[in-house]
Design a protein. Structure first.
Length: 258
């Protein structure tokens, strides 16, 4: 899969940063010394952490060179590391591991979440937000289009099947025996979008990448055109002509005992 496109990702920066801010608001820690933004992307969530905890050493971690370049331009005084979340481990125990819209790209959550939680310092917090839109029309339609005969041979079967995250109760059960406190909740955002093309552009920088990037260049536009046609039917205009993109997100905040 091609590297991430920070400019495309940040086209909807306000909408993407809102859940990051709401996750951070639920983190109860008075004075963390070490904070890690795991899957920091272009640094929009990292900037929130710096503002909230100005005395902390904040480290951004991401596997995308393009995203890290953007993050370093945004926050030139901060440290950023290029690493894969799947096997990342801190050199020193952080007081906060914060992962906004990143862990859904990593498999093996039954092992990953306890491992990240165990890496925290005493009294530390694991704060995670993940899109939970696997069954939304936006994502069902991706898989429908991917199954069409002209596209299916080029798309990996695992990508075409999709990867759902675990259920909210599963995350609670993974962390509750280890944590002093676990808070889990869902929020369904309703994003007003100008038209079907805007919805496609939103998803082009994230969920659609796994479907479109493997296609030959000649088929990429055809995929996007067919996907946009179906999106236009699934998301009808509201009273003001805009279309509401429902975007469920799952939030987890777990705190270690001191």
């Amino acid at each position: 899969m091609a590297d991430w496109n920070p400019a495309l990702y940040l086209r909807f920066a306000q909408e993407r940063t809102r859940p990051a801010s709401e996750l951070l608001a639920r983190v109860e820690h008075t004075g963390p010394t070490r904070v890690v933004d795991l899957g920091c992307g272009p640094g929009n969530s990292t900037e929130l952490l710096v503002q909230r905890f100005p005395q902390a050493h904040v480290l951004g971690v991401d596997n995308s060179a393009a995203m890290l370049l953007q993050a370093r331009e945004r926050l030139p005084d901060l440290a950023f590391d290029q690493a894969d979340i799947a096997d990342w481990a801190p050199s020193q125990a952080p007081d906060l591991i914060y992962a906004n819209a990143a862990l859904q790209w990593v498999g093996g959550h039954a092992q990953l979440f306890p491992r990240l939680f165990a890496a925290l310092a005493p009294g530390g917090v694991l704060a995670v937000q993940m899109p939970d839109n696997f069954t939304e029309p936006s994502h069902l339609l991706m898989r429908e289009v991917a199954a069409l005969p002209q596209f299916a041979p080029h798309i990996d079967a695992k990508v075409a099947a999709g990867r759902a995250i675990l259920g909210i109760h599963d995350y609670y059960d993974l962390l509750a025996p280890l944590a002093r406190q676990v808070d889990v909740w869902h929020t369904v955002y309703q994003h007003p979008m100008a038209d079907a093309r805007a919805i496609v552009q939103w998803l082009r920088s994230t969920g659609l990448k796994s479907f479109v990037d493997p296609l030959p260049e000649a088929l990429q536009s055809a995929f996007l055109e067919e996907y946009e046609r179906r999106v236009a039917l699934a998301y009808s205009p509201r009273a003001d002509g805009l279309r509401l993109l429902a975007f469920p997100r799952l939030f987890i905040v777990a705190k270690r005992a001191p």
